[in-house]
Design a protein around this ligand. Structure first.
Ligand SMILES: [Zn+2]
Length: 226
């Protein structure tokens, strides 16, 4: 008799455990569904009368930035991630004052990021240096942003897959206007150096642009999954 009671009690406890674990997993699932809609802002740097850096091979930074950003946009859409682009054409953004100046352009980008409130804003740029030999992708984040730092570190890791010689690390910065003035986590991805012949040639190559875009998407996914 006593054994039977113990057995019945054990079955009851087991049933209760199954019920609780199912309820928890349902709750977790519904939370994941709720969190599924993620928005990313992509910010191709420069545009219009502001070409950005000019490559040793004459390629203009604004063009490379936009090409890569468009590829990232396409790939993110496939992943069902919402994308807002600060620009989709070769233009400067117009400030609130109605003037397409460099200051107005920067302010408009910042306002767009702050109004969109994305999970992450990724500003795409190309680097340049007075020593030709310097190359490799590098990611910048705002010194006072913990999330920015996390995003920059996972993005840097994703970009290292493009070039095994690259040992750059994500770098903190507290002077870039875009990093200082944006509220959502924002990173600047400098995909490579237009002052380096080899990299400048790669950066205008469609296949290489696609590989960079894929690495950036990996970085974004790694950040939002965390
Ligand atoms: Zn730039």
């Amino acid at each position: 008799m006593r054994q039977k009671i113990e057995l019945a009690a054990a079955i009851l406890v087991l049933a209760a455990l199954v019920f609780v674990s199912r309820t928890i997993s349902k709750y977790v699932d519904s939370n994941q569904v709720k969190n599924e809609k993620v928005t990313i802002v992509l910010d191709p740097g420069h545009g219009g009368s502001d070409p950005g850096k000019i490559g040793v091979n004459d390629v203009e930074e604004k063009t490379v930035n936009l090409e890569i950003a468009k590829r990232v946009q396409k790939l993110l859409k496939k992943e069902k991630i919402d994308v807002v682009m600060t620009r989709e054409k070769d233009t400067m953004l117009t400030g609130r004052d109605g003037q397409a100046t460099k200051v107005g352009d920067m302010k408009a980008r910042v306002a767009m990021i702050n109004e969109t409130k994305p999970a992450l804003a990724v500003s795409i740029h190309q680097n340049s240096y007075h020593q030709e030999g310097v190359k490799g992708a590098q990611v910048f984040y705002y010194s006072h942003s913990e999330d920015g730092k996390k995003a920059a570190e996972v993005m840097q890791k994703a970009l290292l897959s493009l070039n095994t010689d690259n040992n750059r690390k994500a770098k903190a910065n507290d002077t870039y206007y875009l990093l200082k003035r944006t509220e959502p986590p924002t990173i600047i991805v400098e995909c490579g150096f237009l002052s380096n012949w080899e990299e400048a040639e790669l950066l205008k190559d469609k296949e290489y642009q696609e590989s960079i875009a894929e690495a950036i998407v990996e970085g974004i996914k790694a950040y939002i999954e965390k």
